[in-house]
Each structure stands twice: as C-alpha cells, then as structure tokens.
Design a protein around this ligand. Structure first.
Ligand code: 5GP
Length: 338
C-alpha cells in the first residue's frame, strides 16, 4: 500500500570500476536548459545565506548563488545591479528570486529589465496555477530568460511545470535543516526518492533536457553524489554555508518561513493564516565558503571516480551504479567510531 521512500542516509552507492585518476572527473553541469556552470553547487535563496558576498564567492569558483528576495524591490534591483556590474565576464554569476503574490510581478519585471539570464520562481509548493501565471508573465516580458521553478517533490508536479516550458526544476519539500513543513503539515517526500521520481518522470515524458536542482537536506559531499546519482544536475544548500564568513548573516540561520523571517518578508500578502514552517537557529563559525566549496568538490570528484563516471550527466540515473539500502547497523558502520 505504501511505496518506500528514501533519503540520503538510507542508501549507499556500490563502487563501480574506478576511473584511473581522481582528477579525471569533470564537475561541469547544467543549472538550467541554457545556463552551464562549472561545479554542481548553488546556495539557497535565504536571507541569512545568499547576498552579494556568497554569490560572488560561488561564482568565482564556478557555482551559482541564488539571491534571496526578502527586501524591497528597489534594494533588490540595487543588489542585482551591483552583481551585474562586478562580474561582467561571467555569463550568469547569480540568480535572483521572485515569489508569486502581491508585488512579485513588479519585482520580476524590474529584475528582468536589468538583464539577468535566469530567474527563480520559488514557493513552498510550486504545483500551482499561480506559478503558471508568473511563468506566463515573465515570458511575456522576456522570452529568453531561463526560468527556474520550485519546489516540487513528485513526477506529476514536475511534468505540470515542464508542460509550461520551464528551464529547470528545483526539488525538495521538507528536507531542509531549518524546515518544519513535514511536521506542520504531514506533507513531503524523503529527498532521494523525490529527486529520483522527478527525474524518472521527466525522462519518461521526454523532458530529460530539463535539469533538476536537489534543494535541501545536504550534509556532505557524499549526499551530493547521491543526489547526482538520483538525477539532480546540481544541488542547493543553505546549511553548509550557514556560519561561513561570506554568508549574509554569519551568526544565524533561519528558515524563510520561520516567523522571524516572515516578519520582514515583504509584499507577500497576508501570512497571518499560514502556519510557520521553519525555525531560526544560531550557528557556529564555519570558516570560509571557498574552503567549504573546494572540500565539497574534492569529495564529488572522488565520488565520480568510485562511480566510474567522468561526467555528472553519466552518473544521473546510471544503470551501472547500483544502490543498496542501509540498515540501522549499516548507518552506524558508515559513521566514524572509536
Ligand atoms: P538546508 O541546506 O538547510 O538543508 O536546506 C535549505 C533549503 O530549505 C532551502 O533552499 C529551501 O528550499 C528550504 N527552506 C528554507 N527555509 C525554509 C522554511 O522556512 N521552511 C521550509 N519548509 N523550507 C525552507
């Protein structure tokens, strides 16, 4: 009656015939249909995580920062202008975010006018007619900007968005480390299964060219490798950058649906009847984002080598790389012990 669903810790990948060198793997991948990136790492559009500093660091290392939108439109435009001015040589160093209600069309229109290559429509459940309305609005203003939409956690939701010609789909309902959606609402899908269901559904519906971003729940480079195996082209993390000196607030980390973030969340209609779906926490110093990113990339390269895959696209839904489900004892064995 119930379909089993797994998250990162539930499985391990079975080593395949190795590549000859751990330097052989290439980390380049697609963020969206027309946007290529050098490493499969993006930072969450959360107001304690991605502002100018983290976006700049990520872009210099080949990834992408998703700018948060918890600010007035004018401030948002100034931030985007600052990013565009500083990184002329990069094609798409960052992605701004919009919602769907209130003044968000105005935000989208202004951001597109500035000349961004991609824009993210980000809401808690993107399987929604309001998202379609926003996609159509953006397309009416600019046919070429890549539209990244999230979040979803099922094949049907992804196909619904694919039918609207979105350029990338962000997957993750409830896996985030400061998220309480599953407890508050009872809804969500363990993240590894969510990514795999979405990718499989898209491939079966002839939408294999739409890249997936696995958003939330990543604790290590091993989790990233598992996400790529499940079908993601890149991952999004807030947690791994919380506490980095380049984070927008290096001292705290809060869910964007936490009460403290919602108090400043502007132009989003009346939120008083909507349940709080996130928490706010203090975080410890976790050094520089550059070191974090380099370490993650080393781990991903090693993972690709174990998989015998030179490219991330080869690892996506690879039939040569098997997965096994871990028991509780297996999970203990996978951790370090004295
Ligand atoms: P993390 O890296 O902390 O595991 O996950 C980050 C992701 O959590 C974000 O990219 C976003 O998708 C999700 N998220 C951020 N804030 C909230 C929130 O308040 N509630 C929920 N449900 N998800 C959130």
């Amino acid at each position: 009656m119930f379909m089993p669903a797994y998250t990162y810790d539930d499985i391990l990948l079975v080593p395949n015939k190795s590549l000859n060198s751990r330097n052989d793997p290439k980390l380049e991948t697609k963020l969206s249909r027309n946007i290529f990136i050098d490493i499969p790492i993006t930072s969450a559009n959360m107001d304690t995580i991605t502002g100018y500093d983290l976006a700049k660091t990520l872009s210099s290392l080949g990834g992408v920062g998703f700018l948060h939108r918890n600010m007035e439109i004018e401030e948002n435009c100034d931030l985007v202008k600052k990013c565009l001015d500083s990184w002329e040589n990069h094609w798409t160093p960052f992605i701004p975010t919009v919602g769907v209600s209130g003044k968000e069309k105005e935000r989208a229109e202004n951001l597109i006018y500035l000349g961004v290559n991609g824009i993210c429509i980000d809401i808690a459940n993107a399987y929604s007619d309001k998202v379609v309305e926003m996609i159509n609005f953006i397309r009416s203003r600019n046919q070429y900007v890549d539209i990244i939409v999230g979040n979803v956690a099922s094949a049907s939701a992804a196909i619904f968005l694919a039918n609207q010609k979105v350029d990338a789909i962000k997957v993750g309902i409830g896996p985030g480390s400061v998220c309480t959606t599953r407890r508050m609402t009872g809804f969500g899908v363990p993240q590894l299964t969510a990514v795999r269901m979405v990718k499989t559904g898209l491939v079966e519906s002839k939408y294999s060219d739409i890249p997936i971003i696995a958003d939330g729940g990543i604790k290590s480079s091993g989790d990233i490798v598992k996400a790529l195996w499940a079908g993601a082209s890149s991952i999004m993390t807030g947690k791994l950058f919380a506490g980095c000196k380049e984070a927008n607030d290096p001292n705290s980390y809060r869910g964007m649906a936490s009460n403290s973030a919602r108090q400043v969340l502007l132009n989003d209609g009346d939120v008083s009847t909507v349940a709080e779906e996130g928490i706010a926490i203090e975080v410890e110093d976790s050094g520089s984002a550059k070191d974090v990113i380099n370490e993650l990339c080393n781990g991903i390269r090693s993972g690709l080598s174990y998989a015998g895959c030179k490219y991330i696209s080869e690892l996506n839904l690879s039939k040569d790389v098997m997965a096994v489900v871990q028991t509780q004892n297996g999970i203990i064995e996978s951790g370090t012990r004295k």
